[in-house]
Design a protein around this ligand. Structure first.
Ligand code: XMP
Length: 320
C-alpha cells in the first residue's frame, strides 16, 4: 500500500503533476468515468482527471435521493462554471428500493455500495466502454474501514475485493495518500473556488448515514430539512463539520394542545483537523436555542432537539 503523505510535507505542485501523469498513463488512449458528489474529495479528483484526460473523462453526478437540498443542481452548475460538463443521472428510485426495510447500519452501507458500484456505475461503464472509474478515496476512509470501525462505502482493495471482478472496471484513487487537510490544499492549488474546497465533509452514504433506522424518502426529507437549518446557522462558525441526525425513537410532545408522539433531531458540530479525532464545538447556548427553535418551526413532526457532547472517540462523527 502507498505511504501517507503528511500535509506538512505535501509539495502540492509536484503531487498534482505526478497524479496527472499517473492517471494519463493508467487510462492510456481509453476513457474514464468519474463520480462527482460535490464533496471536496471528488471535486479535486474531477479536476485532476480533467487535467489528465480532458474530454476523455466523463463526469457523472448520481442523484441517489440522499443528497442535501438542491445539491445535485448546484454542483452541476458550479462545475459548468469551471468548464467541466457534468451529467446528472437520476437513480433515486433504485437507491430507495435497495434501502427498503434495511435498518442495520452496515447493511445500509452495503445496500448503497452495491447500488452505486454494481447497478448504477456497472451500467454506465458497460454502456460507455470506459475501463476506469476515478474516485476520491482518502487515507482516513481506509484506516477506519481496515480497523473495522465503519465500512466506508468506497473501500474495496483493502478488504480483499477486486473491483474488476466484482463490478467489471478498475478504480483509480489519486488521493489515497492524503488526509482531508491535504486534499483541501490540492483543491486550492487546482483553482477550485473556496465554496468547494472549503466545503464541510459529507459522507458517501449521504443523508442515509444520518437517519437511524430505515432511510425512507419521508425520513430522508425530514433530516434534509433539519440539515438546511443546521448548515444555515453554523456555516460561519469555523467548525470542521456540522450535521443533523434523525433518531428512530419517538418521544411524547405537545403541539396545539394535543399529545404529539414526535420525532427527535440530534445536532452535532465537530472541531477536528483530520476527522480521526474530534470534539463537539463549544457553541453559545443562545445559538443552540435559536437552532432548536428553527428546527421545531421548519421541520414537520419534530418535537425534540438535542446537541451531542460526546467526543470522537468513542463517538464517530456520523451516526451510522
Ligand atoms: P466517522 O463517522 O467515521 O466520519 O467518524 C469520519 C469522516 O468521514 C466522513 N465520511 C464518511 N463517514 N461513512 C461514514 O460514516 C462514509 O462512507 C463516509 N464517507 C466520508 C464523515 O462525514 C466524517 O467527516
Amino acid at each position: 500500500m502507498l505511504e501517507e503523505i503528511r500535509t506538512e510535507e505535501l509539495d502540492v505542485e509536484r503531487f498534482i503533476s505526478e497524479k496527472v501523469k499517473e492517471i494519463a498513463d493508467a487510462v492510456g488512449e481509453g476513457t474514464a468515468i468519474n463520480a462527482l458528489s460535490g464533496g471536496v474529495d471528488s471535486s479535486v479528483v474531477t479536476l485532476l482527471g480533467h487535467r489528465a484526460l480532458g474530454r476523455r473523462l466523463r463526469t457523472v453526478f448520481v442523484d441517489n435521493g440522499l443528497m442535501r437540498q438542491d445539491e445535485p443542481e448546484q454542483v452541476v452548475r458550479l462545475f459548468q462554471e469551471l468548464g467541466v460538463p457534468v451529467e446528472l443521472v437520476d437513480a433515486r428510485e433504485q437507491f430507495f428500493a435497495a434501502l427498503k426495510g434495511v435498518t442495520d447500519p452496515e447493511e445500509k452501507r452495503e445496500a448503497i455500495t452495491q447500488t452505486f458500484y454494481r447497478d448504477v456505475f456497472g451500467r454506465i461503464v458497460r454502456e460507455s466502454g470506459a475501463r476506469h472509474l476515478l474516485q476520491g478515496t482518502i487515507l482516513t476512509d481506509i484506516d477506519e474501514t481496515v480497523a473495522g470501525i465503519k465500512r466506508q462505502h468506497n473501500v474495496f482493495q483493502q478488504l480483499g475485493i477486486d473491483p474488476q471482478q466484482a463490478f467489471g472496471y478498475q478504480i483509480l484513487e489519486p488521493l489515497i495518500q492524503l488526509r482531508k487537510d491535504g486534499v483541501r490544499k490540492v483543491g486550492q492549488a487546482l483553482g477550485l473556488p473556496a465554496s468547494l474546497f472549503a466545503r464541510i465533509p459529507f459522507p458517501g452514504p449521504a443523508l442515509a448515514a444520518r437517519v437511524i433506522g430505515e432511510a425512507t424518502p419521508e425520513r430522508v426529507e425530514t433530516v434534509r430539512k433539519a440539515t438546511v437549518v443546521v448548515e444555515r446557522l453554523l456555516q460561519d462558525r469555523g467548525a470542521f463539520q456540522y450535521l443533523a441526525i434523525l433518531h428512530q425513537d419517538r418521544v411524547t410532545g405537545i403541539r396545539d394542545g394535543q399529545r404529539d408522539f414526535g420525532q427527535q433531531i440530534e445536532v452535532r458540530s465537530w472541531d477536528s483537523v483530520d476527522a480521526r479525532t474530534a470534539r463537539p464545538s463549544r457553541l453559545p447556548f443562545e445559538l443552540l436555542e435559536e437552532m432548536a427553535e428553527a428546527i421545531l418551526r421548519e421541520v414537520p413532526g419534530v418535537v425534540s432537539v438535542t446537541y451531542n457532547l460526546a467526543p470522537k472517540p468513542p463517538s464517530t462523527m456520523e451516526a451510522i
